[in-house]
Write a protein that binds this ligand. Structure first.
Ligand code: ATP
Ligand code: MG
Length: 559
């Protein structure tokens, strides 16, 4: 991972260069940015990138960041989304200065529209959307003027007022800017500013039946808030001309739009519309399914806010779109969890071990470090007795060379406990191994080992008598292909059928009975885990956040 440099080592990104130049030139003393989600879904990892950029800039430079809901589309928006977006931004660790809604500006935006009409710069068009599209022209052909383009100011004012009053059905009229139907930028060919939509809005209720289009709400909202640097993704490059046109003609505060490239993660989709399909069609259990690339899914999976911010810092920002390898995100969370996760032992597929020379009925408590990487080392007790479980795959009756785990006559260390030797393999009638008879070396106790025996392998284990039951959920990529959206046909046909593996009964050391939602765990040799919200009085449920090392990359190298 040496090619991945931290942001500070990379110098300024192009937006920081612009801001530093603006501040140096005295254009601004402080800056204002905003994060402008449309509340029509849950935030995903791409949004995290935009959040880290917008909020990060005003942590670095004087100024502040607003949270503005771009809620001008009543049909797809909902307060559930508003709440989840706020929760996600707070969880990531950022604080907005003002919580704002484009819908709060509906009166103001209506006044702006009137101003354009009065200036002869907007008109009511009775054409249908199909007719408007047909008159638009192409990139090589100029468009055609609408027959309604030359209505008088008075007639436009009257019709626009009647649109607002609800006199006309949906789609029967629009308000359009009067710019130039032969403009080389198609977006400037008399864009629609308002449409009629008799729909209930999650905040304004039924107060409005005309709604401003994105292009007539976004820039003006920026301007009302005196946003200095309005950052959006590359698809808005052609809209910048209209953004500037509105500000100029309305003679309002000159916000400036700058564009950066969308961030996409491989083996998933980052589009709210597509994620909504996965939820609605029950391919996942919800927006916070741990396989989802949503912030809430990543949170439930066990990702930390730091790991996501670190990931966004490392990928930085660019002008060209590219696909980011999900293994970088996994690398970031491993780095963070290695420092904070409590080490615990859990056996997934048990094989019983009986220590024939350990007295029956005897028990002892062994001490083991919670985390050898922590600044202050703490310990927990692990009960040890005559009957234990080890992982079935840690034993081989006929081991290959260099198999340093358990085999007949071979010795291994049990983590934080003793060295044991396998003396006898017990099988049932079907030939399946049912238990191992082993002997332990009393002088080999971890921490006070005087046995002089050197063993190569260390195994995790649990006491059979004290083990507690838990469910673990192991996750793999949600899609089988790197970029499901660019494949032929329905993106959902590329879903990985094996993205979830549930092991409903694993054997955990008893310290895990006291697990809590704000702790993270490393199950030795198994990966990083966190408690899932499905945990109940009856059952502990753990999600695997990530494996210990990148098994996937290794697999690919082999492949
Ligand atoms: P989606 O296609 O997922 O619905 P969107 O752009 O419509 O995304 P918005 O709610 O409008 O979603 O996005 C809020 C902000 O986040 C916008 O400024 C948008 O440009 C930015 N953003 C959205 N997706 C990404 C991404 N993949 N990478 C970086 N920024 C993004
Ligand atoms: Mg959008």
């Amino acid at each position: 991972m040496s090619d991945i440099k931290k942001e500070e080592e990379k110098g300024l990104n192009f937006i920081e260069e612009i801001i530093e130049a603006d501040l140096a030139a005295g254009k601004y003393n402080s800056i204002i940015t905003r994060f402008p989600p449309e509340p029509n879904g849950y935030l995903h990892i791409g949004h995290a990138s935009s959040i880290c950029l917008n909020f990060g800039l005003t942590l670095k430079y004087p100024g502040y960041t607003n949270l503005r809901f771009d809620d001008t589309n009543p049909v797809t928006e909902d307060t559930e989304y508003v709440e989840s977006i706020k929760e996600d931004i707070k969880w990531l660790g950022f604080t907005w200065k003002n919580e704002l809604y484009a819908s709060d500006y509906f009166d103001q935006l209506y006044t702006f529209a009137i101003k354009l009409i009065n200036k002869g710069l907007a008109y009511v068009d009775d054409s249908t959307s199909e007719e408007i599209a047909a008159m638009k022209g192409t990139t090589t052909q100029p468009g055609v003027n609408s027959p309604y383009r030359d209505r008088s100011v008075e007639e436009n004012l009257e019709l626009f007022a009647r649109m607002k009053a609800g006199e006309f059905p949906d789609g029967s009229r629009t308000l359009r800017a009067k710019i130039d139907m032969a403009h080389p930028n198609m977006i400037m060919r008399d864009p629609v500013l308002y449409r009629i939509k008799h729909a209930h809005h999650h905040r304004t209720g039924d107060a409005w039946c005309i709604y401003p289009m994105y292009d007539f709400a976004h820039g003006q909202s920026d301007s009302i808030e005196e946003v200095t640097h309005s950052l959006c993704t590359m698809e808005f490059v052609p809209h910048r001309e209209l953004y500037d046109w509105c500000i100029e003609k309305l003679e309002i505060y000159p916000s400036h739009q700058y564009e950066f490239a969308r961030r996409n993660l491989n083996y998933t989709v980052t589009s709210k519309r597509k994620l909504l399909q996965l939820v609605n069609e029950k391919h996942v259990t919800g927006w916070d399914d741990p396989r989802m690339p949503t912030i809430s899914g990543l949170r439930r999976r066990g990702y930390t806010p730091f790991s996501i911010r670190d990931f966004c810092d490392r990928i930085g920002i660019a002008k060209r779109e590219n696909m980011i390898d999900v293994s970088l995100l996994e690398f970031c969370v491993r780095e963070d969890l290695n420092k904070s996760a409590l080490r615990r032992m859990v056996v997934f597929d048990p094989l019983k071990v009986i220590l024939t020379n350990y007295p029956e009925g005897q028990e002892e408590l062994l001490q083991s470090e919670d985390n050898p990487e922590a600044e202050t080392i703490t310990h927990r007790d692990i009960p040890f007795c005559r009957e234990l479980y080890i992982e079935r795959e840690d034993f081989m009756e006929v081991p290959p060379k260099k198999f340093f785990r358990l085999a007949p006559g071979q010795m291994v260390r049990l983590k934080s406990a003793y060295i044991i030797r396998c003396d006898e393999v017990v099988k049932n009638d079907a030939g399946t191994i049912t238990e191992l008879h082993c002997s332990y070396i009393p002088e080999s106790k971890s921490g006070s080992d005087t046995s002089g025996i050197n063993v190569k392998g260390t195994l995790h284990w649990v006491s059979a008598k004290h083990a507690v039951s838990a469910e673990v959920r192991l996750y793999d990529r949600l899609f089988r292909v790197e970029d499901p959206s660019s494949e032929e046909g329905d993106f959902k046909s590329y879903i990985n059928p094996d993205s979830l593996q549930v092991i409903d009964h694993v054997y955990a050391e008893p310290a895990l009975l006291k697990s809590s939602f704000d702790e993270r765990y490393q199950f030795l040799r198994k990966g990083y885990f966190c408690l899932d919200k499905d945990t109940s009085e009856e059952k502990l449920v753990f999600n695997r956040t990530v494996t210990l090392k990148d098994a996937w990359a290794k697999e690919q190298k082999k492949g």
